[in-house]
Design a protein around this ligand. Structure first.
Ligand code: RIB
Length: 306
Protein backbone atom coordinates (compact mmCIF):
# COMPACT_ATOMS: atom_id res chain seq x y z
CA UNK A 1 0.00 0.00 0.00
CA UNK A 2 1.34 3.44 -0.91
CA UNK A 3 2.13 6.36 1.39
CA UNK A 4 -0.88 8.74 1.56
CA UNK A 5 -0.76 12.56 1.42
CA UNK A 6 -4.30 12.81 2.80
CA UNK A 7 -5.83 10.56 5.45
CA UNK A 8 -9.63 10.53 5.79
CA UNK A 9 -11.45 9.11 8.82
CA UNK A 10 -15.18 8.52 8.50
CA UNK A 11 -18.15 6.49 7.43
CA UNK A 12 -18.39 4.05 4.55
CA UNK A 13 -21.98 3.21 3.71
CA UNK A 14 -24.37 1.47 1.44
CA UNK A 15 -26.91 4.17 0.49
CA UNK A 16 -30.54 3.53 -0.39
CA UNK A 17 -32.20 6.47 -2.10
CA UNK A 18 -35.96 6.91 -2.37
CA UNK A 19 -37.06 9.42 -5.00
CA UNK A 20 -40.18 11.43 -4.15
CA UNK A 21 -42.00 14.37 -5.72
CA UNK A 22 -41.82 16.51 -2.55
CA UNK A 23 -40.02 15.79 0.74
CA UNK A 24 -42.49 14.55 3.38
CA UNK A 25 -43.49 16.88 6.21
CA UNK A 26 -43.51 15.68 9.83
CA UNK A 27 -46.19 13.00 10.22
CA UNK A 28 -46.82 12.79 6.46
CA UNK A 29 -46.57 9.55 4.40
CA UNK A 30 -45.52 9.80 0.78
CA UNK A 31 -44.89 7.19 -1.96
CA UNK A 32 -41.52 6.88 -3.66
CA UNK A 33 -41.46 7.22 -7.44
CA UNK A 34 -38.28 5.12 -7.59
CA UNK A 35 -35.37 3.83 -5.53
CA UNK A 36 -31.77 2.71 -5.99
CA UNK A 37 -28.77 1.50 -4.01
CA UNK A 38 -25.31 3.04 -4.30
CA UNK A 39 -21.99 3.27 -2.50
CA UNK A 40 -21.47 6.29 -0.24
CA UNK A 41 -20.61 7.41 3.27
CA UNK A 42 -18.95 10.71 4.09
CA UNK A 43 -15.53 9.16 4.70
CA UNK A 44 -15.62 7.15 1.50
CA UNK A 45 -16.91 10.09 -0.57
CA UNK A 46 -14.33 12.52 0.82
CA UNK A 47 -11.46 10.07 0.32
CA UNK A 48 -12.65 9.29 -3.19
CA UNK A 49 -12.92 12.98 -4.13
CA UNK A 50 -9.33 13.58 -3.01
CA UNK A 51 -8.18 10.46 -4.88
CA UNK A 52 -10.07 11.37 -8.07
CA UNK A 53 -8.37 14.76 -7.79
CA UNK A 54 -5.13 12.82 -8.21
CA UNK A 55 -3.68 12.72 -4.68
CA UNK A 56 -2.68 9.52 -2.78
CA UNK A 57 -5.27 8.88 -0.06
CA UNK A 58 -5.79 6.47 2.84
CA UNK A 59 -9.18 5.84 4.41
CA UNK A 60 -9.68 4.88 8.06
CA UNK A 61 -13.02 3.28 8.83
CA UNK A 62 -14.81 -0.03 9.09
CA UNK A 63 -17.25 -2.24 7.22
CA UNK A 64 -19.11 -5.35 8.31
CA UNK A 65 -18.33 -8.79 6.89
CA UNK A 66 -21.42 -8.63 4.64
CA UNK A 67 -22.01 -8.19 0.91
CA UNK A 68 -22.11 -4.38 1.29
CA UNK A 69 -18.64 -4.43 2.87
CA UNK A 70 -17.27 -6.56 0.04
CA UNK A 71 -18.82 -4.29 -2.59
CA UNK A 72 -17.16 -1.28 -0.93
CA UNK A 73 -13.76 -2.99 -0.76
CA UNK A 74 -13.90 -3.90 -4.45
CA UNK A 75 -14.87 -0.32 -5.30
CA UNK A 76 -12.05 1.24 -3.25
CA UNK A 77 -9.48 -1.19 -4.69
CA UNK A 78 -10.51 -0.21 -8.23
CA UNK A 79 -10.07 3.47 -7.26
CA UNK A 80 -6.59 2.78 -5.84
CA UNK A 81 -7.29 4.07 -2.32
CA UNK A 82 -5.12 2.84 0.55
CA UNK A 83 -7.43 0.58 2.64
CA UNK A 84 -4.79 -0.72 5.04
CA UNK A 85 -6.92 0.72 7.89
CA UNK A 86 -10.38 -0.06 6.60
CA UNK A 87 -11.28 -2.65 9.22
CA UNK A 88 -13.67 -5.53 8.66
CA UNK A 89 -15.75 -6.18 11.79
CA UNK A 90 -16.94 -9.79 11.95
CA UNK A 91 -20.63 -10.21 12.65
CA UNK A 92 -21.39 -6.49 12.09
CA UNK A 93 -23.37 -4.89 9.28
CA UNK A 94 -21.83 -2.24 7.07
CA UNK A 95 -23.13 1.29 7.79
CA UNK A 96 -26.18 2.41 5.85
CA UNK A 97 -27.79 5.66 4.84
CA UNK A 98 -31.40 6.19 3.84
CA UNK A 99 -31.78 9.17 1.54
CA UNK A 100 -34.99 10.83 0.42
CA UNK A 101 -34.52 12.96 -2.71
CA UNK A 102 -37.17 15.20 -4.20
CA UNK A 103 -37.70 16.61 -7.68
CA UNK A 104 -36.19 19.95 -6.68
CA UNK A 105 -32.91 18.30 -5.69
CA UNK A 106 -33.53 18.62 -1.97
CA UNK A 107 -32.67 15.68 0.25
CA UNK A 108 -32.92 14.25 3.75
CA UNK A 109 -30.43 11.69 5.06
CA UNK A 110 -30.74 9.29 7.99
CA UNK A 111 -27.66 7.23 8.77
CA UNK A 112 -27.30 3.95 10.64
CA UNK A 113 -23.77 3.50 11.93
CA UNK A 114 -23.47 -0.31 11.80
CA UNK A 115 -19.76 -1.21 11.78
CA UNK A 116 -18.65 2.43 11.73
CA UNK A 117 -17.77 2.65 15.45
CA UNK A 118 -13.99 2.35 15.64
CA UNK A 119 -12.04 0.67 18.44
CA UNK A 120 -9.48 3.16 19.74
CA UNK A 121 -6.38 1.90 21.46
CA UNK A 122 -5.09 -0.90 19.19
CA UNK A 123 -6.04 0.87 15.98
CA UNK A 124 -4.39 4.19 16.89
CA UNK A 125 -1.21 2.31 17.79
CA UNK A 126 -1.23 0.37 14.51
CA UNK A 127 -1.80 3.58 12.53
CA UNK A 128 0.95 5.40 14.43
CA UNK A 129 3.34 2.54 13.65
CA UNK A 130 2.45 2.56 9.94
CA UNK A 131 2.68 6.36 9.88
CA UNK A 132 6.39 6.15 10.74
CA UNK A 133 6.91 4.72 7.26
CA UNK A 134 4.65 7.21 5.46
CA UNK A 135 6.29 10.23 3.90
CA UNK A 136 4.66 13.61 3.34
CA UNK A 137 1.20 13.34 4.90
CA UNK A 138 -0.30 16.86 4.45
CA UNK A 139 -3.77 16.57 6.02
CA UNK A 140 -5.82 14.36 8.30
CA UNK A 141 -9.55 14.89 7.71
CA UNK A 142 -12.53 13.54 9.63
CA UNK A 143 -16.28 13.88 9.54
CA UNK A 144 -19.04 13.16 12.05
CA UNK A 145 -19.79 9.64 10.83
CA UNK A 146 -17.32 8.01 13.15
CA UNK A 147 -16.27 7.81 16.79
CA UNK A 148 -15.44 11.29 18.19
CA UNK A 149 -12.95 9.95 20.74
CA UNK A 150 -11.09 8.18 17.92
CA UNK A 151 -10.96 11.41 15.90
CA UNK A 152 -9.60 13.26 18.94
CA UNK A 153 -6.77 10.71 19.21
CA UNK A 154 -5.87 10.80 15.55
CA UNK A 155 -6.01 14.61 15.42
CA UNK A 156 -3.65 14.73 18.41
CA UNK A 157 -1.31 12.31 16.65
CA UNK A 158 -1.41 14.47 13.50
CA UNK A 159 -0.80 17.74 15.33
CA UNK A 160 2.16 16.25 17.20
CA UNK A 161 3.62 15.65 13.75
CA UNK A 162 2.68 19.24 12.68
CA UNK A 163 0.18 17.89 10.16
CA UNK A 164 -2.96 19.98 9.58
CA UNK A 165 -6.35 18.63 10.64
CA UNK A 166 -9.60 19.24 8.76
CA UNK A 167 -12.97 18.58 10.35
CA UNK A 168 -16.39 18.35 8.74
CA UNK A 169 -18.89 18.13 11.65
CA UNK A 170 -21.51 16.21 9.68
CA UNK A 171 -23.41 14.92 11.53
CA UNK A 172 -22.66 17.24 14.46
CA UNK A 173 -21.52 15.37 17.61
CA UNK A 174 -23.24 16.12 20.92
CA UNK A 175 -20.07 17.78 22.26
CA UNK A 176 -18.19 19.42 19.38
CA UNK A 177 -15.85 21.56 21.55
CA UNK A 178 -13.02 19.00 22.03
CA UNK A 179 -12.81 18.38 18.29
CA UNK A 180 -13.08 22.04 17.42
CA UNK A 181 -10.06 22.73 19.65
CA UNK A 182 -8.05 20.22 17.60
CA UNK A 183 -9.16 21.51 14.18
CA UNK A 184 -7.06 23.64 11.83
CA UNK A 185 -9.51 23.74 8.91
CA UNK A 186 -13.25 23.61 9.57
CA UNK A 187 -15.54 22.83 6.60
CA UNK A 188 -19.27 22.95 7.27
CA UNK A 189 -22.58 23.97 5.72
CA UNK A 190 -25.04 26.58 6.92
CA UNK A 191 -27.17 24.11 8.92
CA UNK A 192 -24.09 22.73 10.68
CA UNK A 193 -22.79 26.25 11.40
CA UNK A 194 -26.15 27.14 12.98
CA UNK A 195 -26.03 23.93 15.06
CA UNK A 196 -22.47 24.64 16.16
CA UNK A 197 -23.13 28.25 17.11
CA UNK A 198 -26.62 27.67 18.44
CA UNK A 199 -28.04 30.43 16.22
CA UNK A 200 -29.83 30.48 12.89
CA UNK A 201 -28.47 33.54 11.10
CA UNK A 202 -27.44 34.80 7.68
CA UNK A 203 -24.28 33.36 6.09
CA UNK A 204 -22.47 36.68 6.66
CA UNK A 205 -23.28 36.66 10.39
CA UNK A 206 -22.44 32.97 10.74
CA UNK A 207 -19.13 33.58 8.97
CA UNK A 208 -18.15 36.39 11.32
CA UNK A 209 -19.20 34.38 14.38
CA UNK A 210 -17.18 31.42 13.12
CA UNK A 211 -14.22 33.74 12.71
CA UNK A 212 -14.43 34.61 16.38
CA UNK A 213 -14.26 30.96 17.53
CA UNK A 214 -12.37 29.77 14.56
CA UNK A 215 -9.50 27.49 13.81
CA UNK A 216 -7.08 29.00 11.30
CA UNK A 217 -9.41 28.54 8.29
CA UNK A 218 -13.14 27.98 7.92
CA UNK A 219 -15.10 27.18 4.77
CA UNK A 220 -18.83 27.76 5.10
CA UNK A 221 -20.47 25.99 2.14
CA UNK A 222 -23.73 27.47 0.86
CA UNK A 223 -24.92 25.11 -1.89
CA UNK A 224 -25.89 27.01 -5.04
CA UNK A 225 -24.73 30.25 -3.39
CA UNK A 226 -21.12 29.02 -3.32
CA UNK A 227 -19.10 29.36 -0.11
CA UNK A 228 -17.64 31.86 2.35
CA UNK A 229 -13.95 31.63 3.18
CA UNK A 230 -13.04 32.75 6.65
CA UNK A 231 -9.51 33.50 7.91
CA UNK A 232 -8.09 37.00 8.42
CA UNK A 233 -10.85 38.21 6.15
CA UNK A 234 -14.19 36.87 4.92
CA UNK A 235 -14.54 36.28 1.18
CA UNK A 236 -17.55 35.01 -0.76
CA UNK A 237 -16.81 32.63 -3.65
CA UNK A 238 -19.85 32.17 -5.92
CA UNK A 239 -20.79 28.78 -7.36
CA UNK A 240 -21.33 27.97 -11.05
CA UNK A 241 -24.98 28.02 -12.08
CA UNK A 242 -25.96 24.44 -12.93
CA UNK A 243 -29.11 22.32 -13.09
CA UNK A 244 -28.86 20.38 -9.79
CA UNK A 245 -30.48 16.94 -9.63
CA UNK A 246 -29.04 15.54 -6.37
CA UNK A 247 -26.93 17.32 -3.70
CA UNK A 248 -25.82 14.02 -2.09
CA UNK A 249 -22.00 13.92 -1.74
CA UNK A 250 -21.56 17.52 -3.00
CA UNK A 251 -20.14 18.67 0.37
CA UNK A 252 -17.86 15.61 0.43
CA UNK A 253 -16.68 16.35 -3.10
CA UNK A 254 -15.93 19.91 -2.01
CA UNK A 255 -13.87 18.77 0.98
CA UNK A 256 -11.86 16.16 -0.95
CA UNK A 257 -11.05 18.55 -3.82
CA UNK A 258 -10.33 21.42 -1.42
CA UNK A 259 -7.74 19.42 0.53
CA UNK A 260 -6.16 17.87 -2.53
CA UNK A 261 -5.79 21.33 -4.08
CA UNK A 262 -4.17 22.66 -0.90
CA UNK A 263 -1.91 19.63 -0.92
CA UNK A 264 -0.83 20.60 -4.46
CA UNK A 265 0.04 24.12 -3.24
CA UNK A 266 -3.09 26.10 -4.20
CA UNK A 267 -4.07 29.12 -2.10
CA UNK A 268 -7.17 29.05 0.11
CA UNK A 269 -9.23 30.79 -2.59
CA UNK A 270 -7.88 28.78 -5.55
CA UNK A 271 -8.62 25.54 -3.67
CA UNK A 272 -12.17 26.69 -2.90
CA UNK A 273 -12.80 27.59 -6.56
CA UNK A 274 -11.62 24.16 -7.72
CA UNK A 275 -13.64 22.43 -4.98
CA UNK A 276 -16.75 24.43 -5.82
CA UNK A 277 -16.42 23.50 -9.51
CA UNK A 278 -16.07 19.81 -8.58
CA UNK A 279 -19.18 20.03 -6.37
CA UNK A 280 -21.12 21.71 -9.19
CA UNK A 281 -20.40 18.67 -11.38
CA UNK A 282 -21.39 16.24 -8.61
CA UNK A 283 -24.87 17.74 -8.10
CA UNK A 284 -25.77 17.26 -11.76
CA UNK A 285 -25.90 13.45 -11.36
CA UNK A 286 -27.96 11.25 -9.06
CA UNK A 287 -26.16 9.05 -6.52
CA UNK A 288 -23.23 9.43 -4.12
CA UNK A 289 -19.67 8.19 -4.69
CA UNK A 290 -20.13 7.38 -8.37
CA UNK A 291 -21.11 11.00 -9.10
CA UNK A 292 -17.85 12.47 -7.79
CA UNK A 293 -16.06 13.87 -10.84
CA UNK A 294 -12.56 13.00 -11.97
CA UNK A 295 -9.82 15.63 -12.22
CA UNK A 296 -9.98 15.88 -16.03
CA UNK A 297 -13.67 16.88 -15.97
CA UNK A 298 -13.04 19.42 -13.22
CA UNK A 299 -10.10 20.98 -15.10
CA UNK A 300 -12.11 21.10 -18.32
CA UNK A 301 -15.01 22.83 -16.53
CA UNK A 302 -12.67 25.27 -14.77
CA UNK A 303 -11.38 26.54 -18.08
CA UNK A 304 -14.91 26.93 -19.48
CA UNK A 305 -16.49 30.37 -19.02
CA UNK A 306 -18.69 30.86 -15.94
O1 RIB B 1 -22.62 13.11 2.42
C1 RIB B 1 -23.35 12.17 1.70
C2 RIB B 1 -23.32 10.85 2.40
O2 RIB B 1 -23.97 11.00 3.63
C3 RIB B 1 -24.08 9.75 1.68
O3 RIB B 1 -23.30 9.04 0.77
C4 RIB B 1 -24.60 8.90 2.81
O4 RIB B 1 -23.91 7.71 2.97
C5 RIB B 1 -24.48 9.77 4.06
O5 RIB B 1 -23.61 9.28 4.95
Amino acid sequence: MYSPKIIVVGGVNVDTTFEVRVLPAEGQSVSATGSYTSIGGKGLNQALAARRAGVPVAIIGATGDDDGGQMIRNFLAAEDINTEFLLQIDGASTGRAFIVLDQNARNLIVGQSGARILPEAPLIQDITNAWEGWRGVDFVAANGETTSSFVREIFDTARNKEILTAWNPSPMPTDPAPLLRRTDILVLNQTEASELLGVDRSPETLASELRAISPREVVLTLGEEGCMLVNDEIVHVPARAVQARDPTAAGDTFLGYFLSSRSRGCTFREAAEIASTAASLCVQEKGAAATIPRRESVLETLTAPL
